[in-house]
Design a protein around this ligand. Structure first.
Ligand SMILES: NC(=O)c1ccc[n+]([C@@H]2O[C@H](COP(=O)([O-])OP(=O)(O)OC[C@H]3O[C@@H](n4cnc5c(N)ncnc54)[C@H](OP(=O)(O)O)[C@@H]3O)[C@@H](O)[C@H]2O)c1
Length: 225
């Protein structure tokens, strides 16, 4: 049994891979470019498989019965000329992976969804909800993470945006508006993902507060925004 991270070289995916290796798991990342550009010792223990997520014939050979799958592929902004639409990248990419991995007999599928769209962009969240809907009634256990804004050292400038959002949360009225963007540190999100994969009783949608509480059970300390 191993962990397959779709998009394991990305911001969230690479933190999940890093922590999974620290937990002693066998980890395979699947993405177009393979290993991240930066080099860190734990990366030597990951199998960085290069493939396009939609080219299922290229990667389905790595799957084994009982594997765990985490889907972290997605886009924040569409590039329609390059056919990178919300529907394709945030919905179809999940459906294609769920279909292919179900056939291989995986045990659990985790998807990084979102609590809300970036302001004024509704297509993003519609596609996420479409993918979530598909994950219902599958032969595997599915766990859907709906974080707000994810920050951490792997993405420059995000700590500053997280600080601004945190400040906004305490302002009456405005606080309600930014509630669904409440920041979560990428390491806490990864903690919650890996914990959920291991706990068969965790299933369905995990909102921002549940993500925080689940991460807390790992660190043993209170996890704030
Ligand atoms: N960051 C946030 O604040 C946030 C908040 C809420 C939800 N989310 C969701 O979390 C997920 C991950 O976000 P992120 O910020 O970590 O994204 P990211 O850093 O852009 O990572 C995306 C990953 O997807 C891979 N990828 C893209 N197109 C692919 C394709 N056609 N085939 C295979 N792999 C492909 C990329 O690797 P290659 O380029 O090597 O293919 C990369 O590993 C997304 O679904 C996003 O919507 C993010």
């Amino acid at each position: 049994m191993k962990l397959i991270v779709m998009g394991g070289n990305g911001f969230i995916g690479s933190e999940i891979c890093r922590q999974a290796i620290a937990r002693g798991l066998r980890v395979v990342s699947i993405s177009r470019r393979g290993a991240p550009k930066r080099r860190e010792p734990w990366m030597d223990d990951v199998l960085w498989f290069k493939a396009d997520i939609f080219d299922t014939h290229a990667w389905k050979g790595v799957l084994e019965k009982g594997d765990q799958v985490v889907h972290t592929v997605g886009i924040l902004l569409e590039k329609r000329k390059k056919k990178l639409t919300y529907d394709r990248m945030n919905a179809e990419s999940v459906i294609v992976v769920a279909y292919t991995t179900a056939e291989a007999g995986i045990s659990v599928f985790a998807m990084i969804s979102a609590a809300n769209s970036p302001p004024f962009i509704k297509g993003y969240i519609h596609a996420k909800r479409k993918a979530e809907e598909y994950l219902k009634n599958q032969p595997f256990r599915s766990v859907i993470f709906r974080p707000g804004f994810v920050y951490g050292p792997g993405r420059r400038g995000t700590a500053f945006i997280a600080a601004l959002t945190r400040f906004g949360l305490h302002i009456p009225v405005a606080g309600k508006m930014v509630e669904t963007y409440a920041p979560v540190h990428v390491s806490h999100l990864a903690d919650a993902v890996l914990e959920a994969l291991e706990k068969p009783e965790i299933e369905g949608i995990l909102d921002i507060n549940t993500i925080r509480r689940t991460a807390q059970t790992v660190s043993g300390r209170e996890v704030h925004t």
